[in-house]
Structures are given as C-alpha cells and as structure tokens.
Design a protein around this ligand. Structure first.
Ligand code: NAI
Ligand code: MG
Length: 372
C-alpha cells in the first residue's frame, strides 16, 4: 500500500475534536498516510483576513485527498468580529472557504450517503439507504449576486425580460438579485456520476430532483440532461420528482428511494432531510469530489455551543473517512471501517449525547477502533 498525502484541515470548534477522533480510527486500521495540517476557518480570517490562506490551497494541490472538520462562518453582526489589532478598521472581504475549495478545485460532486445503521435509536425507519448526489459548484450557489442591483443590469433586464417589469421601478437598494446558473456540462457531470455509482454498486433506481415545472430554464435543463444520460443506463430505473413533493415522499416512503441527484440548493436541502432520518448531524458524512482531489467532511458545522467539550458524535467524520478510503481505492479498509461503525451502533454500549448516552467523542472513536 502506498503512503498517501492527506491534507488535514480541522478548522474551528468541534471540527478539531472530530478530526482528532477520526485519526485514532485511521491509525488503528493501518491506513498509511503523511498528514499535513492546513489552516482554514474563522480563526484565520480574524488573524489574517483570509479563511483559506494560499498556503492551504497549495497544500491541497499536492494532496491525494483532504479531511476537513468544520468552520465557523462570519457572524452577521459586525460587533461580534474579534479581529487582531492589525486588521481592525481595514475593509475585509469574507469569502466562504468551503465554497472556494469547491470552486477552485472543481469539486463538482457533493456525495452524501445516508444509511440507517441497525440499532441507532435515532433512526426514523430502519430500512433507509439513500445516496444523494448534489451538484456542488453551480446553481444558486454560483456567487453571482447583487445586493444592490446595478443600473446596467436593471435596464438590460427591463429590455429583455417581460417578467422583470414589476421590479423595474425599484431603487437599487430596494431589491437584490441572486442568480441561478446551471451549465449543460455541470448537469451532465453530476448526473453521470450518480448513474455510474448506481451501476457500480448495483443500485436499482436514480431519481432526479428538480422544480422544472416552475424554474423552467435551469431546472428544465437539469431534467432534460437527466433524461438523456439515463438512456445510457437502461438497467437502472429512471425516476424524477419536484423538490417540494420529494420532501413529502421521502418522509412517507424513504425505503423506496435509492440514488438521488439534484442541483446544488435542492441537494443541500434534501441531503439534510435524509441525514435527519438516519440520526442527524452526528451521522451525516459528505464528500466534495473532483477529478483530482476530494475533500471529506462531516456535514455539520463547528457547533460553538459544544466546542472544547469532546461531547459530540464523531461518527459523521469517521464515516467521511470511510468515504475517503473508498475514493482512494482502499475499498477493503472502507468496508472494514463501516462494519466496525455498524457493530458499535448495533451493540449500543457506547453512545454519545445525541444518541442518548454519555460517551465522549474519544470514547466513541476508541470503541470503533477496538472493532478493527
Ligand atoms: P452546527 O452544525 O455547527 O451545529 C448545530 C447543532 O447540531 C449543534 O448545536 C448540535 O446540537 C448538533 N450537532 C452538530 N454536530 C454534531 C455532532 N457531531 N454530534 C452531535 N450533535 C451535533 O450548526 P450551527 O450551530 O448552526 O453553526 C455553527 C457554525 O458552523 C456557524 O458559524 C455555521 O455557519 C457553521 N457551519 C459550518 C459548516 C461547515 O463547516 N461545513 C456547516 C454548517 C454550519
Ligand atoms: Mg447544508
């Protein structure tokens, strides 16, 4: 087995604790890696005015994969900023380091498996095994936004879009525009990833999630491309549904769903819904996957309220490490790690607070490591 280069990005708050726990498990399983720490997050923004310093970007460029904990986002209230004296009074821009990582490295595939492990007291139902593919770089998250709409834009829209008529007399500060941009290539890449996964793992059905009946241009494109791609996978059932209806159906009959694929925003929403049905944020793992780099993380944030207490559930991050092993081609280790997690959950002896127990973050990691 080769020695992998892994970028290790704990970030803020409980991000540090869940990565520490995950390292215990990766060491025990015998994963050979050179881990290099990378600075990321709110703390670095306050110190350096950059939440994702260039040195971390350079580290990512030379890494095989990255494990990322969580960050704290910029608080909405300026008064809550804790800037070092050198940065005080300077006009600083905050850019989300996660969005930047995704966009700079074209991590177009946000993969979020949600499986109900037997014995988890938090399962909504026991027969849930849904894999969500969320497009990760386009859509409403593309960053083309106008807090105050520039005059050039409003006059152009007045000329070319009849639907804009009702806004045309508003002053720039009276409205905002966030654009939703989806490309044919972007749709093709994520939908193909979902179908390829379904084929490789003998999954029966892929469901395209959209709102094409209302958002005709962009979601229409997503659905159209979905239908085209599906033709190359005749053995897999093609299914589609509107995002609003899908939230209802998923709650009603989650066992009927298999692989879901969605544009960025709907994927974000639906993956949280799926995550909650199998135990919530303590179990929700995520991969941001591109052609040459993948960053694995728990879906949760830095949970400031629990930071420093070693109380939170590290299983989301440990399951993200399992995804990393799979992505690197260390499938045997991936299977072994998932089985260890499943065994600990099934036994029910070690449970963190979210599962109704009082085990610490490290107790949980040790329990998984003992099964390896
Ligand atoms: P959060 O996800 O950090 O935590 C919300 C609540 O979920 C916690 O208070 C806790 O009750 C529960 N929780 C989270 N992780 C858990 C775990 N591993 N085990 C058990 N329970 C867990 O969301 P919150 O508090 O809204 O955001 C805190 C900060 O994190 C904000 O600045 C937010 O913007 C940021 N954030 C960062 C993300 C990331 O780094 N990927 C994702 C989401 C939020
Ligand atoms: Mg989210």
């Amino acid at each position: 087995m080769k020695t992998y280069k892994i970028a290790w990005l704990p970030g803020d708050g409980i991000g540090v604790e869940v990565l520490e726990a995950t390292k215990i498990v990766l060491d025990k399983i015998g994963f050979k890696a050179e881990y290099t720490h990378g600075d990321i997050g709110w703390e670095f923004w306050c110190k350096e005015g950059d939440a994702l310093p260039q040195r971390t970007m350079d580290l990512l460029k030379i890494s095989d994969a990255a494990m990322f904990g969580a960050i704290t986002s910029k608080p909405v209230k300026e008064a809550e900023l804790e800037l070092v004296p050198e940065l005080q009074g300077k006009k600083l821009v905050y850019r989300s380091p996660i969005v930047r990582m995704r966009q700079s490295f074209d991590l177009y595939n946000c993969l979020r498996p949600t499986k109900a492990y037997i014995g988890n007291p938090l399962n909504f139902k026991d027969d849930i095994d849904i894999v969500v593919f969320r497009e990760n770089t386009e859509d409403l998250y593309c960053g083309v936004e106008f807090n105050q709409v520039p005059e050039e834009l409003s006059s152009l829209l007045t000329k070319i879009s009849p639907s804009f008529a009702k806004f045309k007399d508003l002053k720039p500060e009276e409205y905002s525009i966030s654009t939703k941009i989806n490309t044919r290539l972007g749709c093709e890449k994520i939908i193909t990833a979902a179908f390829d996964f379904a084929r490789k793992h003998n999954r029966k059905k892929v469901t395209i999630v959209h709102k094409a009946n209302v958002v005709r241009a962009t979601d229409g494109l997503f659905l159209e491309v979905g239908k085209e791609v599906a033709k190359n996978y005749p053995e897999i059932q093609f299914d589609e549904g509107n995002i609003d209806a899908m939230t209802m159906w998923l709650l009603k009959n989650p066992e009927r769903y298999d692989v879901l694929v969605a544009p960025n925003l709907y994927g974000d929403i639906i993956s949280d819904l799926c995550a909650q049905m199998v135990g919530g944020l303590g179990f929700a793992c995520s991969g941001n996957i591109g052609k040459n780099l993948a960053v694995f993380e728990p879906t949760h944030g830095s949970a400031p309220k629990y930071a420093g207490q070693y109380k939170v559930n590290p299983l989301a991050t440990i399951l993200a490490a399992k995804m990393m092993l799979d992505w690197l081609g260390e499938t045997e280790m991936g299977v072994k790690l998932e089985k260890a997690v499943a065994d600990v959950i099934a036994e029910g002896k070690v449970r963190t607070y979210d599962m109704g127990g009082n085990a610490t973050t490290i107790d949980m990691a040790n329990a998984v490591a003992e099964k390896l």
